[in-house]
Design a binder for this molecule. Structure first.
Ligand SMILES: Cc1cc2nc3c(=O)[nH]c(=O)nc-3n(C[C@H](O)[C@H](O)[C@H](O)COP(=O)(O)OP(=O)(O)OC[C@H]3O[C@@H](n4cnc5c(N)ncnc54)[C@H](O)[C@@H]3O)c2cc1C
Length: 410
């Protein structure tokens, strides 16, 4: 390929965690990588709450300065209230901007180029029937519309996954989680406790949350799954503010400094073909987040790294065969946990107050460690064995959810 400013080995569409992690890994392996991000800055605007888990983040090498640890996870149901306490913090809340910019710095240090305010309009195509993607058409304020040629394009565009959808590699977002949150200045709130609210009053077909993120700030939000729930998150958030004030203490001030909102696809984790003709898909664009709690950032980073490594190891053979290590590695590392999360999501989305109270009582019977695995969507055989001893009915219920989904698919 001609080596000009307007060609690269890899063009990554989207400078979120998936795209940046892919770019860093591919550039580290010597590939010429260009990331196109439509916004003016990496990590702007914030569209996500940043709830995550310390151990997997450490494993990914994300620096501790990027997150605020919490030692208590509380779940408040219609008539139930459970707190799990951890001597060593298990959960944490990411500084979303800081984390994404750290990922971007890694990509730059590896040699990738990031183009900001560079929205991709669509693919360039060639070959029989125009099936092969050969680059993208970008429109930026500096050069206007122009073509950027690539040996392979990575769709890391987030929930739209528009290039992959256009290529028939992924389904439409028939289901999606829509969320809205306020980042509050609320110094009276206990910065060591994350809260989930469940039940019809707070969030029918979803949940509410309060995630402390340090410096007296708390992200208070609510999300619901469409189409099952037609509740309006904006309206639910007003109600949640009252519940939050009751928990935080009515006398302490709490005011909004930022508003975040966004959408996460809720598609079966194996519904996307990860590698196509000149196109690879990663992150939310491929439905690679956990749909249990709507957690996707660390999954996007690890999928991006797998994808980037596969691009390097392919040695220029960007066919499905040459890149097979990526889908294989992804399925092996995360496929089962995310399939279980999806099955559970389908089941609990219709829960009413009685179901939630029952589920929360079950959660109460689990040890803090077992509960942490549920929050983090980690369903190992060892975990299952432990739960079998603590609460066999929970395991039976999980198995029913998974087999029901499998039967629905057959
Ligand atoms: C309300 C809400 C709350 C959430 N809470 C959490 C949470 O607590 N913890 C967690 O881990 N996850 C959470 N998630 C999920 C998480 O945000 C995603 O899973 C994660 O951001 C996926 O990363 P990504 O890189 O695949 O996509 P994104 O982060 O969406 O990044 C995609 C990037 O592509 C860019 N882009 C899109 N189209 C174009 C185009 N045409 N041209 C150029 N650039 C383009 C976008 O501007 C964006 O920067 C939440 C999501 C929502 C909506």
């Amino acid at each position: 390929m001609r080596d000009t400013a307007d060609s690269a080995d890899v063009v990554v569409v989207g400078g979120g965690p998936a795209g940046l992690a892919t770019a860093a890994e591919a550039a580290r392996g010597g590939l010429k990588v260009v990331v196109c991000e439509r916004n003016h800055a990496i990590g702007e605007p914030v569209r996500t709450s940043g709830g995550s888990f310390v151990r997997p983040l450490r494993r990914l090498g994300v620096p501790e300065s990027c997150w605020h640890p919490v030692h208590r996870i509380r779940v408040i149901g219609p008539t139930t209230d459970v707190v799990k306490t951890y001597r060593r913090a298990v959960g944490c809340v990411l500084d979303v901007r800081g984390t994404y910019q750290w990922l971007a710095a890694q990509a730059v240090e590896a040699g990738a180029t990031i183009r900001l305010k560079a929205p991709v309009e669509g693919p360039l195509r060639a070959g029989a029937g125009g099936r092969r993607v050969t680059g993208v058409r970008v429109r930026d304020p500096f050069r206007g519309a122009h073509d950027l040629h690539a040996r392979i394009v990575v769709d890391a565009s987030g929930h739209t996954g528009f290039l992959a959808r256009d290529a028939g590699m992924r389904p439409r977002n028939e289901r999606s989680a829509v969320g809205i949150e306020l980042e509050l200045h609320a110094p009276g709130y206990d910065a060591d406790e994350a809260i989930f609210w469940l039940g019809d009053d707070v969030a029918p077909g979803g949940y509410g949350w309060a995630f402390p993120c340090g410096n007296g700030r708390v992200r208070l939000g609510v999300g619901v799954v469409r189409p099952e729930s037609d509740a309006e998150p904006r309206v639910l958030l007003d109600g949640l503010l009252d519940a939050f004030r009751a928990v935080a203490g009515t006398t302490s001030p709490a005011g909004a400094l930022e508003l975040h909102s966004g959408l996460m696809p809720v598609i079966p984790p194996r519904a996307t073909q990860l590698v196509g003709d000149g196109l690879l898909v990663v992150g939310d664009a491929a439905g690679q987040g956990s749909t249990l709690l709507g957690e996707g950032i660390r999954y996007a980073i690890s999928a991006g790294r797998l994808a980037g490594r596969a691009l390097v190891d392919a040695g220029g053979d960007y066919s499905a065969h040459g890149l097979a290590a990526y889908p294989r590695g992804w399925r092996r590392s995360t496929g089962r946990d995310l399939a279980i999360s999806y099955a559970v999501n389908k089941r609990i989305v219709d829960y009413g107050d009685t179901d939630w109270d029952r589920a929360i009582r079950r959660l109460d019977r689990l040890t803090p460690k077992q509960a942490a695995r549920v929050f983090a969507s980690e369903f190992s055989a060892r975990w299952a064995l432990g739960v079998l001893i603590t609460d066999p009915s929970l395991l039976a219920s999980l198995a029913r959810a998974v087999s029901r989904r499998a039967a629905g698919r057959a």
